[in-house]
Design a protein around this ligand. Structure first.
Ligand code: BTN
Length: 173
């Protein structure tokens, strides 16, 4: 291969390397944006609709796991982020009222973005289940953490995520 061939190969290799390294983020983005589709390390899916001027948002959550034996159903979420305009890595909180159990989960977290524009939601949650008596209150709350990253493959969250529901819903289009 001559000089031009070698140079072309180097350019091609560099282009391939930089584009495969780039991940799925947008390096032009300066603000971490909560709206969109997210997946956590458990495989749960969450869609956050547009964040309004007051920082409030709503969305849907399809958990991949449950503390019950019930059929997992897509469930509504409502939340708010702190200081809509100014923050580049906003702090937020939201509540999920589970459609298929008597429990509620609250999440608090922060949206982070790396130099390549890849966003991560670092969250901590409290899951409160309904118990039959005051005596059982001591064991009614679980705590944990979840990290969410943007999910680019799906356009719509399915209605359920569970074999208990009969026909399992497809996860991809
Ligand atoms: C229930 O089991 O009663 C409701 C579902 C709870 C799912 C929890 S919420 C915290 C953790 N993160 C998830 O994505 N799912 C579990």
């Amino acid at each position: 291969m001559g000089g031009i061939g070698v140079s072309l190969s180097i350019v091609l290799a560099l282009v391939t390397l930089s584009s495969s390294d780039a991940g799925s983020g947008d390096p032009q983005k300066t603000k971490c944006d909560l709206s969109g589709l997210w997946r956590n390390e458990l495989g749960s899916l969450m869609e956050i609709h547009d964040v309004n001027e007051a920082g409030e948002f709503s969305g849907e959550y399809l958990t991949a796991v449950t503390a019950t034996s019930n059929c997992i159903q897509n469930s509504p979420l409502k939340g708010a982020q702190h200081h809509t305009k100014a923050e580049t890595s906003p702090v937020f909180g939201f509540t999920v009222n589970w459609e298929f159990s008597n429990s509620t989960t609250v999440f608090v977290g922060q949206c982070f973005m790396d130099a390549r524009g890849n966003e991560t939601l670092k969250t901590t949650w409290l899951l409160r289940e309904e118990v039959g008596s005051l005596g059982d209150d001591w064991g009614a709350t679980r705590v944990g953490t979840n990290d969410f990253t943007r999910e680019l493959k799906l356009v719509q969250i399915p209605q359920n995520h569970s074999p208990q529901c009969g026909t399992p819903a497809p996860l991809s289009p």
